[in-house]
Design a protein around this ligand. Structure first.
Ligand code: AMP
Length: 259
């Protein structure tokens, strides 16, 4: 394996908790009508996608995954997809010139009025500053609410196993892990029998770059949001259902104005 523990250091271990910093701001939003932007932070492989889908189902708000939108554009061979493809395959970040208008366009869709979950955005402090300004200047559901920021923390070795083992069904998008959650028979989907595929950027040679880019560019966001008193940290090495329960609790606490 090329990406060894020594090459990329400084990852938060699985530790972490839902404790709220003393200077946390409180958010006042309706308890049963969670019109709140949720930002999920975490390294590639931390489980943001899984948790985002569950939050989306629970609160009936859309999951906005910038990685998914970019991949769709690559598949459809749009101008954006053509520009982003090579950068994505190298595991680097797509430029803000392309990503920011794409996110702005998505956030202006009517289904975002009652809140949304950002998964994979922001990825840099510059993107976070842009988002703060965007949220300040737009109403969502007639109100301006600061986002709840949930950081899902997973240690480096666990991330490597999750990323190198990740496979998905191209037909129904079900995700497996050949080490941790293997399909019933060799590399085919349990539901439809289709051969599972590996994302190009989940190959070992690209994973190292993605994790280093995360450490260099995205990890500073944790401090950025912590300083604003918005950060909730969750141990992403717990079973997925427990991570979900803690994530819901963090969102509800914020929704209820508790801090
Ligand atoms: P993900 O599925 O979130 O791991 O994203 C896959 C790839 O899409 C990343 O490695 C980047 O190349 C690109 N990407 C996703 N989100 C962003 C973003 N917020 N800014 C820049 N590039 C992004």
């Amino acid at each position: 394996m090329k990406a060894s523990r020594r090459e990329v250091d400084g990852f938060a271990g699985g530790g972490g908790s839902t404790t709220v910093p003393a200077n946390a701001v409180s958010y006042r939003i309706p308890r049963n009508d969670v019109a709140v932007p949720v930002i999920l932070l975490g390294a590639p492989g931390a489980g943001k996608g899984t948790q985002a889908k569950r939050i989306a189902a629970r609160y009936a708000i859309p999951q906005i995954s910038t990685g998914d939108i970019l991949r769709e554009n690559v598949v459809r061979n749009t101008e954006l997809g053509q520009k982003a493809k090579a950068v994505m395959e190298r595991g680097e970040l797509v430029s803000d010139d392309l990503v920011l208008p794409m996110v702005a366009d998505r956030l202006c869709q009517p289904d975002c009025a009652q809140g949304f979950i950002l998964d994979g955005f922001p990825r840099t402090v510059r993107q976070a500053e842009w988002l703060d300004e965007f949220l300040r200047s737009h109403d969502f559901g007639g109100q301006k609410v600061p986002p709840v920021v949930v950081s899902i923390n997973v240690g480096y070795n666990q991330l490597l196993q999750r990323l190198t083992g990740r496979r998905s069904c191209p037909i129904d998008q079900k995700i497996y892990n050949i080490y941790l959650q293997p399909p019933k028979s060799d590399c085919v989907c349990d539901l439809c029998g289709t051969q599972l595929v590996q994302r190009k950027d989940d190959r070992e040679e690209v994973i190292s770059e993605r994790l280093q880019s995360y450490q260099r560019q995205t990890l500073p966001l944790v401090d950025y949001y912590r300083r604003q008193g918005r950060l909730r940290e969750i141990n992403g090495e717990f079973p997925a259902d427990q991570v979900t329960a803690e994530t819901f609790a963090a969102i509800q606490e914020s929704a209820a104005g508790g801090a």
